[in-house]
Write a new protein. Structure first.
Length: 531
């Protein structure tokens, strides 16, 4: 039998409200176990409450008025936090329309660190977290470190065209196995009519209609979709086989303006990978859309599809195709297409770089510092105001034979970002703050400043000429090509220095600061960020 109240833990923290020196508020801390009535506790929670869910499985019921498990409305400063994906599990019944329903008048809401799972077969289009468009006056919502599985929709948050929804952050979530093909089913992340929206660093796998769907945003909305990974969209090819709608984008920007779509990875999409589509309902414009540094790999159909009859900014997007006779035979295999396939119309849509100097770049990357780093013909530009003025400064040193350029946010282990450039069997480390750099010793797997038998032992232990593993510099992949083979052995022999002091040569007056932690994962990044 459920208990109606949870235990209160360590209750009060006083803080002075800004501008009211004699006023204070208290934060209430509540711990909830699977034996408690979680829905009732959240619905009755006062403002300024942190609700901590213990480990275990919370089996939700279905409640009025929206057939939801839990409703959140008329709340300010509410945090609901679990113990992590593997520990706190929210189990939804098959007939639940919503797990968490976010209603109106909600401010500073955070839901984090739990696993939300549907029950298959679904009898309705279950949303892990969602709402109807009638919800309004919602500000500052953070949904992070969640895992959602076996739902029709993972996360959906929106409002009407006249509603208020601002300050939404959907970050660091894993969403797998969405269910259904029709509208209202099969979405990983869906947002609509929000402003100041961030969708970042999420993994969406095996979605069936749209992995990420921006349904509408007005001019000036400030929507950012960045660093998300989409894997195996529509994995069984059901849209093409069942509905014929192979043109439904894995990442779809529709009826929207003021959107930055940057540094996302889309792998093995069996529909169009990334689409930008017009507003055919209200006629809102589709302007100020930037497509930067997105990587589309093994696309079954068109990579980038734009049918807005507008010109959009694009730079450094890469597209490779999976051999697909259906797309090849029907002319649906273009890397970039401006054809409105459902209507058979060639639109006047177009793409252009932010500046002529970046019309055909060689490498692009970012390191989370707000800058974008671009290399063309060996020259590096640091774009300090991307997506707005595109202001930049340029490194005075060039690498005309560079084979790769990669940005690492915390290369030195103390929050210092660095660029790594591989050229002619030499790995350079560059500080983008002052453009100083150094040469990294190839062959020094353990980072002790020597190239000796200890490093050769790493190469021998990890020998992998076929690239079957995620090989790294510290494992013996010194040319960062993903293999550990004779080419790396040649670099070890070339730089053999068991005494030390001879291999490190300054490219500019700064000592090398590359940490093993940074370089150990460098090869994976090196293979990602090309033109």
């Amino acid at each position: 039998m459920r208990r109606s109240n949870a235990s209160l833990v360590g209750v009060t923290i006083l803080a002075v409200l800004l501008g009211f020196s004699n006023s204070a508020y208290s934060t209430t801390y509540v711990t909830v176990t699977p034996a408690d009535d979680l829905a009732a506790i959240i619905e009755s929670a006062a403002d300024d409450t942190v609700i901590t869910l213990t480990a275990g499985t919370f089996n939700l019921g279905v409640n009025a008025p929206y057939n939801q498990g839990i409703i959140i409305q008329n709340k300010t400063n509410l945090t609901i936090t679990g113990q992590g994906w593997g520990s706190t599990i929210i189990k939804l019944p098959s007939n639940a329309k919503f797990g968490f329903y976010t209603g109106s008048n909600v401010h500073n809401l955070k839901i984090e660190k739990m696993h939300i799972e549907g029950t298959t077969p679904l009898s309705t289009n279950t949303h892990g977290i969602g709402n109807y468009s009638g919800s309004t006056n919602v500000t500052n919502v953070t949904l992070s470190e969640l895992r959602l599985k076996d739902t029709a929709v993972g996360i959906s948050i929106g409002t009407s065209e006249s509603g208020i929804l601002t300050g939404v952050a959907i970050t660091d979530n894993v969403i797998t196995n969405t269910i259904g093909l029709d509208s209202g089913w099969g979405y990983g992340i869906h947002t609509e009519n929000g402003t100041n929206v961030l969708i970042a660093d999420n993994l969406i796998q095996n979605a069936t209609r749209h992995s990420i769907y921006l349904a509408r945003s007005a001019a000036g909305s400030n929507v950012t979709i960045e660093r998300n990974t989409i894997l195996n969209h529509d994995p069984a090819g059901q849209q093409r086989a069942t509905t014929g709608r192979w043109y439904l984008g894995a990442l779809a920007v529709t009826r929207a303006s003021d959107v930055d779509v940057a540094f996302n990875e889309i792998v093995n999409s069996r529909t169009i990978a990334l689409s930008v589509e017009p507003d055919e309902v209200l006629g809102w414009p589709s302007t100020d859309i930037n497509l930067v540094g997105n990587e589309i790999t093994d696309a079954w159909y068109v990579g980038l599809w734009l049918i807005t009859n507008q010109t959009h900014t694009a730079m450094g997007n890469t597209i490779t195709h999976f051999p697909n006779p259906d797309a090849d035979g029907n002319g649906w295999n273009a890397e970039i297409s401006f054809i409105d396939y459902p209507r058979g119309v060639i639109t006047s849509s177009a793409l252009e770089p932010p500046a002529p100097r970046w019309a055909d770049i060689d490498f692009i990357d970012e390191m989370g510092d707000g800058n974008v780093y671009v290399m063309k013909d060996g020259v590096i530009d640091k774009i300090t105001d991307p997506y707005e003025t595109w202001a930049y400064n340029t490194c005075s040193t060039s690498w005309p034979l560079a084979e790769s350029m990669t940005a690492v946010a915390d290369a030195a282990g103390v929050g210092q970002g660095r660029l790594y450039i591989f050229e002619s069997d030499i790995l350079y480390e560059v500080n983008p703050d002052n453009w100083q750099g150094a040469i990294i010793t190839l062959g020094d797997a353990n980072g002790d400043g020597l190239v000796d038998s200890a490093d050769l032992a790493f190469w021998q232990q990890n020998y992998d000429p076929l690239g079957l593993n995620e090989n790294t510099f510290s494992m013996g992949d010194w040319n960062l090509d993903g293999l550990i083979d004779s080419a790396d052995l040649a670099l070890w022999q070339q730089n053999y220095d068991p005494i030390g002091g001879s291999a490190l040569v300054a490219h500019a007056p700064e000592p090398a600061t590359l940490s093993l932690l940074a370089i150990s994962g460098l090869v994976v990044l090196m293979r990602r960020r090309k033109k």
